[in-house]
Design a protein around this ligand. Structure first.
Ligand SMILES: Cc1cc2nc3c(=O)[nH]c(=O)nc-3n(C[C@H](O)[C@H](O)[C@H](O)COP(=O)(O)OP(=O)(O)OC[C@H]3O[C@@H](n4cnc5c(N)ncnc54)[C@H](O)[C@@H]3O)c2cc1C
Length: 172
């Protein structure tokens, strides 16, 4: 794959953040001659993103269609991570560790309670924990934590490692 657009490529991807890099990698793997145009490939939002793979924790009202897509994507993530790590030889920091969203005050608590209700109505797995139960899981939490949501199916990746591995996979 070329990282400078040239004439004669089958595919030209403009923008080498994680989405553009995945697109270019996949296109190149399918045997297409692929060029990527970006003055700073592998940078973008991945430099500052948290890396939450949180289809359930980040559910919002009115996003049922997106939820289906997010859950399908989350199910495919472990095999995507394994394939990318093999192609790049780099660890992308994928951890199937579950997610804990905590409430620091009464407003947070009300918001998370509402989210929990929406998750249950949507048939999703999540568990309400007291502040004490949250701290038992994560002892570094502040003593004032008012409760939280445990979502065992939401995981994480290291976005900076992900972007670096994608860049390597693309170059290879
Ligand atoms: C603070 C923060 C936290 C986040 N946390 C999460 C999270 O926990 N979980 C999650 O799933 N998502 C999270 N996101 C969102 C996620 O990081 C982005 O959705 C994702 O990185 C977007 O990737 P992208 O490739 O679409 O775009 P970008 O990362 O924005 O990449 C765009 C690329 O295009 C290039 N470019 C721009 N203009 C041009 C041009 N004219 N010509 C050529 N190239 C150009 C740039 O150099 C850049 O490399 C977070 C985002 C932010 C900002």
């Amino acid at each position: 794959m070329r990282t400078h657009p040239t004439e004669g490529s089958d595919v030209l991807v403009i923008g080498g953040g994680v989405i553009g890099l995945v697109t270019a990698w996949r296109a190149a793997r399918r045997g297409l001659s692929t060029a990527l145009a970006d003055p700073e490939p592998g940078g973008g939002a991945a430099r500052v993103a948290a890396g939450m793979l949180a289809a359930v924790t980040e559910l919002h009202y009115g996003e049922e269609t997106l939820l289906g897509l997010n859950l399908a994507s989350a199910r495919r993530y472990p095999s995507f991570a394994a394939e990318l790590e093999e192609a790049s030889g780099q660890d992308i920091g994928f951890r199937a560790c579950g997610t804990l969203a905590v409430a620091l005050d009464a407003d947070d608590r009300a918001h998370l309670r509402e989210l929990h209700e929406l998750q249950r109505r949507s048939g999703l797995e999540s568990e309400w924990l007291t502040g004490r139960e949250c701290r038992r899981l994560e002892p570094m939490l502040a003593p004032g934590v008012r409760g939280g949501l445990r979502v065992d199916g939401d995981h994480q990746v290291d976005p900076r490692r992900l972007a670096a591995a994608l860049l390597t996979a693309c170059e290879r």
